[in-house]
Design a protein around this ligand. Structure first.
Ligand SMILES: [Zn+2]
Length: 190
């Protein structure tokens, strides 16, 4: 996808999103798509992927980044959602920088029967131990998982026991749900 095509698609997604009230997510065929334009000075949205050996970081230093997040890989995007999210769908992460703004997009899907399983989890920032894991199934392939995730964030925040790492004793900071509203201050602290 060229940068010019991306801008056109971004505009289309924005209009469709406003019509269906999905707050940033829209369902298009086999995909669910999220898109947002930020000021150039907005906090960085950095993709962190959890693999067996640790965490891989994909930052937005490049002018135009198109990155595939494979299905089954836990991913955390700083300042966008405060948990690790695993999907049964492949996802494409797009970042395009312009002089006064930057565009981000997540395209999730590409197959029939995906976007039906969602896992929300947290790992100890110190030793990597899994602290909590919530798995949900939704046969409707909708973007509703992000609302369900907000409930898991509440459960996690309200349980000091869940946030305290058994092996090392480190306490995970409070988490935050998917940040739909760009005026809301993201609470990234980890
Ligand atoms: Zn730990």
């Amino acid at each position: 996808m060229s940068k010019a095509n991306l801008l056109k698609m971004h505009e289309d997604i924005k209009l469709t999103t406003m019509e269906n009230g999905y707050q940033g997510w829209v369902k298009v065929g086999q995909y669910i798509i999220w898109a947002k334009e930020y000021a150039a000075s907005a906090p960085a949205l950095t993709v962190l992927e959890k693999i067996d050996k640790g965490v891989v970081v994909f930052n937005e230093e490049t002018e135009y980044l198109v990155h595939r997040i494979p299905a089954g890989t836990p991913v955390h995007i700083t300042n966008l959602f405060g948990f690790w999210h695993t999907s049964d769908a492949d996802r494409i992460w797009i970042c395009a920088k312009y002089p006064h703004s930057k565009y981000h997009m997540i395209i999730s899907g590409g197959n029939f029967g995906v976007n039906t399983v969602s896992i929300v989890s947290w790992f100890c920032p110190k030793c990597g131990h899994e602290l909590a894991r919530f798995e949900d199934k939704n046969p409707d392939e909708g973007p509703d998982f992000w609302d369900v995730a907000a409930e898991h964030v509440n459960t996690f925040n309200n349980s000091a026991e869940m946030r305290t790492c058994g092996p090392c004793g480190h306490v995970h900071p409070q988490a935050y749900p998917f940040v739909h509203d760009e005026d809301r201050e993201p609470a990234e602290r980890w």
